[in-house]
Design a protein around this ligand. Sequence first.
Ligand code: HEL
Length: 351
Amino acid sequence: PSVPAPDMDGVVAALNSAMANGAPGAMARFTGPDGVRSRTVGVQDRVAGKPMDIQSRFRIGSVSKTFSTVVLLQLVEEGKLELDTPVNTYLPGLLPDDRITVRHLLTHRSGLADYTNAMFEHTVPGFEAVRNRVFSYQELVDLSLSEPRTTEPGVSYKYSNANFVVVGMLIEKATGRPVSEAYQSRIFKPLKLRKTSYVHPDTRIKGTHVRGYLHPDEAGGALVDSTEQTVSWAQSAGAVISSPADLNTFTSALMRGRLLSPAMMEAMTTVTPTDATNTRFYGLGLRRYDLSCGTRVYGHTGTVQGFYTYAFSTRDGRRSLSAVANTSNHGAANTALGGTLEAAFCGKKPA
Ligand SMILES: CC1(C)S[C@@H]2[C@H](NC(=O)CCCC[C@H](NC(=O)C[NH3+])C(=O)[O-])C(=O)N2[C@H]1C(=O)[O-]
C-alpha cells in the first residue's frame, strides 16, 4: 500500500519551533520507501558556532531502554531468563517483593520508585552533583528502595528508571559479562551501528558530536553545557550514545524482526495506555504513539541532560524517524520537536 511522503517542510517547521523554544539546534532523519531525508537547524556547539551536523553522535537517554530490552528478550528466547519469573529468582534478595517479575520491569509496572525524581528535583545542582559520579547498580537500586513503592506489582503503569537498572543487572547476571558487551555483540555489531556506543563511565562523546545544553529551572537562566557526564545515574536505563542514521537503522531493523522472533515482537508491541489521551502506550521497553492520521509508530523517547530524542518506526519498519534537540528541561522545546513525527509519518496536512 502507498504511504504518504514525508512533509519535510513540516519537519523543518517543528525543528525551528524547537529552536524558538530554547534549543540551540535540532535535527531529524527520515528513512522511507523513497529514501532518506535529513534536515538540520541551528548549532551543535554554541561556542564554536558549529552548525548541527546530521552525522553527529549524541546521548539518546531512555531510547537506551529499548536497546536493553532487545538484549533481555534475546536472553528470554535463549531460555536464559523467563518474563513471568520473579526477579528475585535470578537476583536473590535484591527486591523486597518476590512478586515483582521481569515483565513488570519492562512494562514499568513493578512499583519500584524512580530515584531520579529526587536526584534531579533541582535540575542544575542535581546534575552537577552526579555528572562525574560513578554509581554501582546496587547503589541505584538502594536509592529506589529508600522510597515507597508506587504500585502493587502489575497493577498500574508507573515509569521508573529503576526498572531498567535492574534489567541491566539481569543481563549481566545471565551473561556473566558487562552489559556493554551484550549491546556490542547482539545489536551494534550485527546492525553495523558504527556510531553507537556504550562507554559508561567515560564522560566523553568520541568523534563528531552534538554538545548538549541544559535549561536551568530559573526562567531566563543561562544554559549549562552538560555534554560531558558519566550518565552513571542511568547506565542501562539511559547511557547509550548514537546518531540519527543508527537510530533509524535500529528501530527499523527491530520492527522488521531482524533482532527478535515474530512471537517476541508480538509480546514487545502488546501495549497498555500510559495516559488518558489513549494515543500514548507502552509495551515491553517500547512506546507506541498513535498519530492523527491513524499511523501507529513504535520506539522510544529520551531525555538526558542537554538532549531530547525521538526514535520511532512504523510496525513494518519501512519508515523510521529520529529527531534530536540539544536542550532539555524545557517542555515546550520537547513538545515542539515531537511535531516531526506527525509531519514525517502523516505527510502534508490537506489544505
Ligand atoms: C520519561 C522521561 C521523560 S524521563 C526518563 C529518562 N530521563 C531521566 O530520568 C532524566 C530526567 C531528568 C533530566 C533533566 N530534568 C530535570 O532535571 C528536571 N528537574 C533534563 O530535562 O535534562 C528518559 O530519558 N526518560 C524520558 C522518556 O522516556 O521519555
